[in-house]
Design a protein around this ligand. Structure first.
Ligand SMILES: Nc1ncnc2c1ncn2[C@@H]1O[C@H](COP(=O)(O)OP(=O)(O)O)[C@@H](O)[C@H]1O
Ligand SMILES: [Mg+2]
Length: 384
């Protein structure tokens, strides 16, 4: 099968050289039994790639079990993955097969592998290497025959350095690593993705869509957003709903891109937009507007708390949480009479920069912004 046919069949849209190379690698590894590690920012298409691998592998007629390791509470992750015997713990009234057993003969897709607890990682490595595992509450080793596809948006090498991720597991997994570049590293895919999502959504909802003007597409292609394919899809769907299929001109494009950047910077915790119909989409838009409002209030609240020195998180130079007493002192020393928002932002960035010796990941965590925009702002402020 040639590359285009493969992309068509597996819904991998894109024509950039990056996507072409990626698809070539997928086609090479899919028919093997090798474990694959897929890396890339959130929303770049890791799940799309995982499915394409399974569906073009020799196991395509067997099950694909998808597990989000980051969504399972630590206390039950082992019984979820490896199963448990009746009576293994309070509440274990039945014997239960774990995901590795359910996937026997097929493929297991372990998403957010970087979130897996260290103790579980040892057991995962064991299945990976020998297919062996034991159910919780049992001493009997069992065997399963699964192909493993793992994914993460974390920098696992960094996690290994931080001792959050086992080095042996990392080396074992990364032997076949498919990295999906962020959307801004493959802007050539943007026009094609826009057309694809618009067509798909308008057909599903029987909307008559009048298309994008060329310069509207250019706005999207050149936008400085931090989002990926998922976010692009969301904007296109919102646009079609709100504009009722009307042709998207340059000003519309500017507005939606701007709104997205603004919202995304402020409320990263909004639920993923997954509406399928216009009614659902409208409801979700409303819901998001409410959540936005709520997060605005939370921002305001934490801002006030910061100023008043109540229950705010303040860290010292080594990243240790300061006691409330110290916090109050630090904060009251920070209060200035009248500061514009822009000045305040600059001050917060400078303070965080000093506190964390310029360490962007820490700064990003505390300030609630992306590391990427921090790099830019730090440079703008002349700190680096
Ligand atoms: N190359 C692509 N072609 C078509 N749709 C894509 C592509 N990449 C991502 N998507 C879509 O974007 C959304 C996010 O993709 P997903 O695979 O869930 O990302 P990730 O797992 O990396 O967070 C999904 O709706 C998916 O269908
Ligand atoms: Mg995902």
């Amino acid at each position: 099968m040639n590359r285009e046919e493969f992309q068509q069949q597996h819904g991998i849209i894109g024509e950039s050289t990056e996507i072409q190379e990626l698809v070539d690698v997928i086609q090479q590894v899919a028919p093997t039994e090798l474990a694959v590690l897929i890396t890339g920012e959130s929303g770049t298409g890791k799940e799309v790639v995982a499915k394409a691998i399974h569906n073009s592998s020799l196991r395509k007629n067997k099950t694909l079990v998808s597990v989000n390791a980051g969504a399972i509470p630590e206390g039950i992750i082992e019984s979820e993955l490896f199963g448990h015997e009746k009576g293994a713990f309070t509440g274990a009234s039945e014997t239960r097969k774990g995901y590795f057993e359910q996937a026997d003969g097929g493929t297991i897709f372990l998403d957010e592998i970087g979130e897996m607890p260290l103790a579980t990682q040892v057991k995962f490595l064991r299945v990976l290497e020998s297919g062996e595992f034991t159910r919780v509450g049992s001493a009997v080793p069992r065997k399963t025959n699964v192909r493993v596809i793992a994914a993460t948006n974390k920098d696992l090498e960094w996690e290994v350095e931080q001792k959050h991720f086992r080095a042996d597991l990392f080396y074992r997994l990364r032997s076949v690593n498919i990295h999906i570049p962020s959307l801004r590293e493959r802007r050539d895919d943007i026009p094609m993705l826009m057309e694809f999502f618009a067509k798909e959504f308008s057909e599903q909802n029987k909307i008559l869509f009048e298309g994008f003007s060329d310069d509207a597409i250019e706005i999207f292609r050149n936008a400085q957003w931090n989002g990926n394919v998922r976010e692009l899809k969301n904007i296109i769907q919102s646009m079609l709903v709100v504009e009722k299929g009307k042709r998207i001109e340059i000003d519309d494009a500017r507005k939606y891109v701007h709104d997205f950047i603004f919202k995304n910077g402020r409320s990263k915790n909004l639920p993923v937009y997954t509406a399928k119909t216009v009614e659902q989409a409208e409801r979700e838009l409303l819901y998001r507007a409410l959540l936005d409002l709520k997060s605005g209030i939370i921002d305001l609240k934490s801002f006030l708390e910061d100023r008043l020195g109540v229950s705010a998180k303040v860290y010292d130079g080594e990243g240790k949480l300061l006691s409330p007493l110290n916090q109050t002192q630090t904060i009251s020393a920070n209060i200035n009479d009248e500061m514009s928002l822009a000045e305040m932002e600059k001050k917060m960035i400078r303070d965080a920069y000093t506190k964390f010796n310029g360490k962007k990941s820490k700064m990003a965590e505390v300030l609630g912004v992306s590391e990427r925009s921090l790099y830019r702002k730090v440079r703008e402020l002349g700190l680096e």
